[in-house]
Design a binder for this molecule. Structure first.
Ligand SMILES: Nc1ncnc2c1ncn2[C@@H]1O[C@H](COP(=O)(O)OP(=O)(O)OP(=O)(O)O)[C@@H](O)[C@H]1O
Length: 259
């Protein structure tokens, strides 16, 4: 299920503004890749280009190539809706549909993709996805209650269940723990560790300890000055980035000298 992503010379724009410059990297399957860097360096912008969410903003565009297992996601024949089905996304703030039940929240993405599900198939998929998101035991007795009745950490796991219900190949997570308390954060980190058995996982995080804990590879983004484009300064095994980075800017950031 999981796929490899090759990014080649990717430039990202908001209208005239050049937000991210010339990124090339390979994101490995069945691994967690983390992006760190100071505010405004383009981490969120970059991750949104991996499922073509960037282009929903008027005037936003990219130059370059993003390949999934060798096929350009920006090819002329490629349907962006299909890309977003194959590359799921979890956002910073848990965003369950508040009036929908827990079960219907899990199935919402599948129903949007206009898949018809029999009652039994829907029940099975909901259970499988909630188990996959480590939430089943906590909600199995209240599947018909609203998703908004869950704690923040449970809501975020509900959103992860919704994302994996559509059986994506890649899971993007943009600061998935920034609205959560430390215990919920640990639950999500454990879950990320399990998800990499099946998915290519990409996470943006402000928390360097989190990047060190959960990821196999880390990319450090930076920008020279406000108004300049963000750049990928260094991309390597998490071990190397945190213990033996090759660029001074990475070392300064990791050791808290700026950012
Ligand atoms: N919708 C938008 N329209 C125009 N410019 C934008 C838009 N979204 C982001 N930008 C700009 O693009 C640059 C990169 O922003 P982005 O949110 O990707 O950075 P980031 O590294 O994720 O920051 P943070 O860590 O604060 O979330 C910033 O200069 C930002 O102001």
């Amino acid at each position: 299920m999981s796929k490899r992503i090759d990014v080649k010379n990717l430039d990202i724009y908001y209208g005239e503004f050049h937000a991210v410059r010339d990124v090339s990297m390979t994101i490995e399957p069945k691994a967690v890749t983390a992006f760190i860097g100071p505010s405004g360096c383009g981490k969120s912008t970059f991750i949104r280009t991996l499922n073509r969410m960037h282009e929903v903003i008027p005037g936003a565009r990219v130059d370059g190539v993003v390949e999934m297992d060798g096929k350009n996601l920006y090819g002329r024949e490629v349907d962006p809706v299909d890309v977003r089905r194959r590359v799921g996304m979890v956002f910073q703030r848990p965003n369950p549909f508040p009036t929908m039940s827990i079960k219907e929240n899990v199935l919402a993405g599948v129903r949007l993709n206009s898949k018809r599900l029999s009652g039994k198939a829907a029940d099975e998929l909901a259970e499988r996805s909630l188990r996959g998101a480590n939430l089943w035991n906590e909600v199995k007795d209240r599947l018909d209650k609203p998703g908004s009745g869950l704690s923040g950490g449970q809501q975020q796991r509900l959103c992860i269940a919704r994302a994996i219900a559509i059986q994506p190949e890649v899971l993007l997570m943009d600061e998935p723990c920034s609205a959560l308390d430390p215990i919920s954060t640990l639950a999500i980190e454990d879950l990320i560790n399990e998800l990499k058995q099946d998915y290519t996982v990409v996470i943006v995080t402000h928390n360097m300890q989190q990047a060190a804990r959960v990821s196999d590879r880390t990319g450090f983004f930076n920008l020279e000055a406000t108004g300049k484009p963000g750049e990928l300064v260094e991309f390597d095994s998490t071990q190397t980035i945190f213990n033996n980075p090759s660029k001074k800017a990475t070392e300064d950031y990791i050791s808290g000298r700026f950012g």
